[in-house]
Design a protein around this ligand. Sequence first.
Ligand code: AMP
Ligand code: ZN
Ligand code: FE
Ligand code: FE
Length: 287
Amino acid sequence: MGYVDLHLHTTASDGVKSPSELVRYANAKGLQAISITDHDTIDGLEEGMAEGARIGFEVIPGIEISAEYSPGSMHLLGYLIDFQNTFLKERLKDLQRAREERNPRMVEKLVQLGIDITYEEVVNASGGGQVGRPHFAQVLIAKGYVRNFQEAFDRYLKKGAPAYVDKFRFTPAEAIHLINDARGVAVLGHPNTLGINGARELENLIIGLIKQGLKGIEVYYPEHSSSEVIQYKALAERYGLIMTGGTDYHGIEKENIDVGVGRGEMRLPYSMVEALKRTKDESSRSN
Ligand code: AMP
Ligand code: ZN
Ligand code: FE
Ligand code: FE
């Protein structure tokens, strides 16, 4: 059995490769399957799945939904979702509207800070997909205001930075329900970004999310330390959650990350996909 990568972005959100390019790239790398998990959008799935079908490569429909949470950020991955689900499509439109309100306000803030930037430039950087902060970062880099992505986020774009504007998000319960409603499998993405320090606090959070319908944890992720991997694995085992992993490849932001291997250390077995499929079948039987 081969290897997989279950966390990837395309031009439908803030990745650099189009869905078809990403699928061909993963196939050429020798992977067995991937999931496309764009932020808050399913717009890349049809193209990605069609390209997969055309070349005979398995593409798992996915999404990564940002949920309301502090102090850090909570991302919920939804796998094997029915992306034609009308309720899902409707609710995702609310998130698109929230972005369309927020993005011009971030441009205004940057202009007030003395930066020469227009909304049009940011939209152009997005290549026609959904506009996000990484596209602002691209413009700031291209115009020489910052040297790299990290500097763009640290100085201007991150939560609490001078050009940051908050946007509407679903609560964790809403995001999980939405995924389950679309017959998907809800997985807590990269728990290390939650900003939780204590092991007990994370455990309590996960117990709560399981009650809402959480089915898995993204254990393997390039930014997870080996002790975090051990901690998340133990939690998954204790609560019967499935374990997934992925590189969060965007193609720009983290230039040293590659599909399927991350920084070289990742090897994610196809059994992760089988576990997702089993979990989906079990949930549909119990509903
Ligand atoms: P948005 O969808 O507009 O809220 O942008 C979210 C994306 O910005 C994330 O997927 C990350 O790629 C990137 N991002 C958010 N916070 C940071 C940060 N502190 N440092 C670097 N990249 C970040
Ligand atoms: Zn992203
Ligand atoms: Fe994420
Ligand atoms: Fe991601």
